[in-house]
Write a protein that binds this ligand. Sequence first.
Ligand SMILES: Nc1ncnc2[nH]cnc12
Ligand SMILES: [Zn+2]
Length: 340
Amino acid sequence: MHDFLARLPKVELHLHIEGSLTPALMFELAAEQGIALPYATLEEVEAAYDFADLPAFLALYYQGMGVLNDESHFYRLAQDYFRRASADGVKHLELFFDPQAHLSRGVSLATQFAGLERACREAVKEFDITSALVPSFLRCHSAESARELFDALIPFESRFVGVGLDSAEIGNPPEKFTEVFQLAGERGWHRVAHAGEEGPAAYIRTALEVLGVERIDHGVRCLEDPALVAELAERRIPLTVCPLSNVALKVVERMDDHPLPKLIEAGLNITLNSDDPAYFGGGMLDNFIAVQQALDLSEAQWITLCRNAIDAAFPQRAEGLGMSDTRRDVLLAQLDSCVA
Ligand SMILES: Nc1ncnc2[nH]cnc12
Ligand SMILES: [Zn+2]
């Protein structure tokens, strides 16, 4: 089964590129810039990555990304992840990034885009991975700050495929961001939001109804609302589920308790993703293997999960961004060749 999982052509739709910052690269970038880290050794970092919940993780996540200060840092960060993703069989990747968390350190949007795009362009040639960028609003910041970011993103709009909403969920409901999501929709930007990770099922409903999102990031708590489950299934709304993340952030206690089988049984449009692979114990293939060991899915279920992700990738809306029809056909053919 390991070989089968390794061979599957993977599309990753829920990956925070800042969450792919390995301790090794964090140390390297900190040393180059003379930045003091709160850890002396890689072992100390590992010991610190034991999170009580989402806010506890976010505190270290925002601290870690303090080493990203120029174009080459963003480039190296993404290049490093593309290399590992390639080894995992990832073929298409949508990268979330958190512009407000970098703007607050004086790193311009132009710098962020330039570094990430350079890695994305090279990944096509070097790793046969196509990709698209998804800047995300931080829900722990104000609606006014989101509006400022929205305005600042307009000149870059040919360089990303959509916008997301992430960070601390509880106490920051989707409706706080009604204005920017409505404006984003008017400009034709695709829209996604984290909802129902730590927050209640009601946030999933408002993300759909008020923000007009096309996919839900996480969404595992939808099971608390059967009517919502029925609606998600009926509308084929993709949920970008992140199993190792859910265990690491104590959304579930153990992988054996993960609701993935229930979500699949309910007929939901599920995709699997790594979220923040450097913090949660691994990338796409690690997630696939951990799920298989605990939950023993069938080959047919794996094929469906991978096909869901290919279908849920945002279609191309600017040159080189998003999933083209030709690329989708290539990946579907690769997936067919995995069937015994
Ligand atoms: N799992 C997660 N939930 C919310 N915001 C995030 N930012 C990075 N990872 C996140
Ligand atoms: Zn996430």
